[in-house]
Design a binder for this molecule. Sequence first.
Ligand SMILES: Nc1ncnc2c1ncn2[C@@H]1O[C@H](COP(=O)(O)OP(=O)(O)OP(=O)(O)O)[C@@H](O)[C@H]1O
Length: 254
Amino acid sequence: MSRILVDRLSIDFPVYHADNRTLKRSMAAAVGGRTQKRAGSALIEDDRHRVTVSVLRDIGFSMQDGERLGLIGGNGAGKTTLLRALAGIYEPVSGRVRVEGTIGTLLDTQLGMNMELTGVENVRLRCLFHGLGRRASREVLEDVSQFAGLGDFMAMPVKTYSAGMLVRLAFGLATAITPDVLIMDEWFMAGDITFLAKAEKRLEALVARSDAMVMSSHQPEIMRQWCTRLIWLDNGRIRMDGSTGEVLDAYLAG
Ligand SMILES: Nc1ncnc2c1ncn2[C@@H]1O[C@H](COP(=O)(O)OP(=O)(O)OP(=O)(O)O)[C@@H](O)[C@H]1O
C-alpha cells in the first residue's frame, strides 16, 4: 500500500475582499470577454457573483516508502497549498488525500508554536503532545537547546525572538522527533550560513530516518540533492511527474 495517496484533489479559496469590478474586468480580459469559469483560468465567478481562486485542480499521485518527492513550479503554482493539504491543514473541495503514519511539518515557523510561552515551555509542550516520557522529553530539550544555540533566550517568551531565532527553534524542534512522513517548505533555508550548514546535517539525518518526504523549493540544486522524484506544478495542475533529473531538465528548458 502507498504511504501517500492523492486522488483527484482540488482546492479553491473564496475571495472575500477582492475589488470585484477590477477583478471582473481582469477576468473578462483573461477569458475573452466572459466572466465565467474556463479551463486554464484560476479565477472563478459563480452565478451569485462569488469569486473563488481555483488553486489546485485534479491532482493525483501516490508515493511509496523511501521516496523523496520535490514540488517545483513558478510563483503561485500551488506548491505550498499542496504541502498544506498533505499536512491536513487544508480540506479538499473535492478528491481526497490519505497519508499513512505520523506527519512532521516544516511549513511555518509559528505552526504549533505558542508565542506567549518560552522556548523551553514550547519544547515541553511538543513532547507532551507526542506522548514522550520525562526522560525522553529531557533528551529532546537538551538536543533542541544545543542545536538552536539560543542560550538564555530559551527561558524567554518566543514572541521576543527575532525571525532568525524563531527559525532556529522551530527547525530544531521540528527535527527532534522523527515522523514517518516529513513535509517541508523552503523557508528552512532562511537562516544564516552557519545555521544552514548545521541545519543541512540535521535534516539529512532526519530524512534518512523518515519513511517519505515531500518538499518544495525554487532551487534546482536543492532538488537534485534531496529528491528522488519531482512533480512540476503549473497553474494548479500537474504538468510533469518523473525522476528528478528528467523533470528538472524539462522545467529549466521550458
Ligand atoms: N488563503 C488563500 N486565499 C486566497 N488565495 C490563496 C490563498 N492561499 C494561496 N492562494 C493563492 O493560491 C495560489 C497558489 O499559492 P501557493 O502559495 O500554493 O503557491 P506556490 O507555488 O507555493 O507559490 P510560491 O512559489 O510563490 O511560494 C496563488 O495564486 C495564491 O494567491
